[in-house]
Design a protein around this ligand. Structure first.
Ligand code: CAA
Length: 389
């Protein structure tokens, strides 16, 4: 007989970032900008850069491979890939990811899009599916490459990488509380028409829309749930650059007792340790911040409630909460994540610029060489062929 208890949440989670980065001091000097603007004003120290042989699919498989056991691969009924850097207008990257990971065949695989927000919709879908099928699991992956163009206003807020989350009943890390408050507004703050290489962005306006969206969903969440900041052990934010969440949180905290302000701001800093070293992951940014919080805060205990603010330009925003499960700390991957970040190769600005400009030509069959666990091995007959080491 099936166990029908339905505490559903994040059982396992991991991130992957490409093996190259740029130091923000180097970028500032090359762009004739005071380095303090990037390190303090924007809040970024390093920025992930990907070679032509790495894309959202290799990021996704490299993240998911870290957490999936052979039993998980038999139990996953749905693979959801959230991205705004899709490599195909028709075929879902989730189908390729499903095949490369060796997930059992009778599964559903789909790609979801709404700027940086879509993984949150994926998590909700996964939650509801597992609540109805508690012996099954769902793999949710947020994977993106954030590129605005060399010497563009958004250049210091680029980045890339993926976060993989396995959703199950009896989760080992976080129970999702299904108390989500979403907000949709038809606004052009950041968008990318089909076929356009880089996004169009109204940078300052996008900041103010983000800040206003947080204010609206937070207020509505409090109204519906009689909630207060003091109920939360921490709040994790979508992090296009690390100063952004702070700009949204600080004005809302102004009327709170000093102890609440201090606690939430200290937790905020734990939540941006990894993001400072990677830059924007678009869909994965909130979840990278969540991992950073869990792995770097020393002020978290089982039963603590964590708030999560998800934001996708265009716009959809959502506030929701999760509760830490007893023993959660034993299921984190801090050592592996730090090793991944520390093993990356620092690029000169010249090397970054030439890597940035590389493009795949689908009209010519080409072979590539890359030693990473997953990479693009070949372009053949107008499609990508991947290699698993
Ligand atoms: N020392 C310290 N701080 C300095 C400084 C110095 N020498 N010089 C400037 N600063 C500070 C500024 O005071 C400013 O701080 P505040 O925001 O607190 O006022 C900060 O550095 C940035 O300075 P500017 O506003 O002048 O920077 P900018 O014109 O270069 O634009 C940006 C910054 C708008 C974030 C731009 O990089 C951009 O357009 N990025 C992409 C869009 C984006 O990330 N938007 C976020 C919301 S949208 C979203 O969340 C979805 C998504 O993922 C894209």
């Amino acid at each position: 007989m099936k166990n029908i208890e339905t505490t559903v949440g994040i059982d396992k989670l991991a991130f992957f970032v490409p093996h190259y980065y740029v130091d923000m001091t180097d970028l500032a000097i090359a762009r004739n900008v005071d380095p303090a603007k990037f390190h303090i004003g924007i809040g970024q120290d390093q920025m992930a850069v990907n070679p032509i042989t790495q894309d959202i699919i290799t990021f996704a498989t490299s993240a998911a491979d870290q957490i999936l056991s052979p039993e998980d691969k038999k139990a996953v009924d749905m693979v959801i890939v959230a991205t705004e850097s899709s490599v195909d207008e028709s075929k879902a990257s989730a189908v390729v990811v499903h095949g490369l990971l060796g997930i059992q065949p009778f599964a559903r695989s789909v790609e979801m899009k709404e700027a940086c927000y879509a993984a949150t919709a994926g998590l909700s879908l996964a939650h509801d599916f597992v609540a109805l099928h508690p012996d099954r699991k769902v793999l949710v992956i947020a994977t993106d490459i954030a590129k605005y163009g060399l010497k563009s206003g958004g250049e210091p807020t680029q980045g890339g990488g993926a976060v993989a989350m396995l959703i199950s009943s009896h989760p080992a890390i976080l129970a999702l509380n299904a108390d989500n408050v979403a907000l949709t507004q038809d606004i052009y703050d950041f968008w990318r028409p089909t076929g356009q290489a880089y996004p169009s962005v109204d940078g300052k306006f996008s900041n103010s829309v983000y800040i206003d969206a947080f204010s609206q969903v937070w207020d509505e969440y409090c109204r519906r749930n009689d909630a207060h900041f003091a109920d939360f052990s921490a709040i994790a934010f979508h992090t296009p650059y690390t100063k952004m969440g702070k700009k949204a949180l600080l004005p809302k905290l102004e009327t709170e007792p000093e102890a609440v302000q201090k606690h939430l701001m200290a937790q905020f800093e734990s939540g941006i340790v990894y993001n400072r070293r990677v830059g924007n992951l678009y869909t994965g940014s909130l979840y990278l911040s969540l991992i950073s919080l869990l792995e770097n805060s020393e002020q978290l205990s089982a039963g603590d409630k964590i708030g999560l603010f998800s934001y996708g330009s265009g716009t959809v925003a959502e506030f929701f909460t999760a509760t830490l499960v007893p023993g959660f700390e034993k299921h984190l991957r801090k050592t592996e994540h730090e090793a991944l970040l520390n093993s990356r190769v620092k690029l000169s600005i010249e090397a970054y610029e030439s890597m940035f400009e590389e493009k795949i030509d689908f009209n010519h069959n080409t072979k590539f060489a890359d030693d990473a666990a997953y990479s693009i091995e070949e372009i053949k007959d107008n499609h990508r062929i991947y290699r698993q080491k």
